[in-house]
Design a protein around this ligand. Structure first.
Ligand SMILES: [Mg+2]
Length: 118
């Protein structure tokens, strides 16, 4: 399973990576904004799952989500929106735009396992 972490916080990406590694998944690529993520995704297909931050500079997560969902080449890629507690109300919008699920940051290992289905 290949996972892409998209978050402008390197600290958040490091935490997520450590948690995912602890589940035995080591094939992980990263991007710091939506525009970079489009390039990284294209270069690293097949990517199975993206953990996507909402607020990022250059291109935010919601714009990235809509671009990915408009491209049939990425129809197999699952996208999990990562929101803060205060952004939870926006989750419906993301699910309507094609996100598969969401996680509230910071993740617990249990929540992560559940969303990964392992
Ligand atoms: Mg952010």
């Amino acid at each position: 399973m290949k996972i892409m972490l998209v978050d402008d916080s390197t600290t958040m990406r490091r935490i997520q990576k450590t948690q995912i590694n602890s589940l035995g998944i080591t094939d992980i690529v990263e991007a710091g904004d939506g525009e970079e993520a489009l390039k990284v995704l294209q270069q690293n297909m097949p990517v199975d799952l993206i953990f996507l931050d909402w607020n990022m500079p250059v291109m935010d997560g919601f714009t990235f989500l809509k671009k990915v969902r408009a491209d049939n080449a990425y129809s197999s890629v699952k996208i999990i929106m990562c929101t803060s507690e205060s952004e939870k109300s926006r989750v419906v919008e993301a699910l309507k735009a094609g996100a598969n699920n969401y996680l509230v940051k910071p993740f617990t290992p249990e929540a992560l396992k559940e969303k990964l289905g392992i």
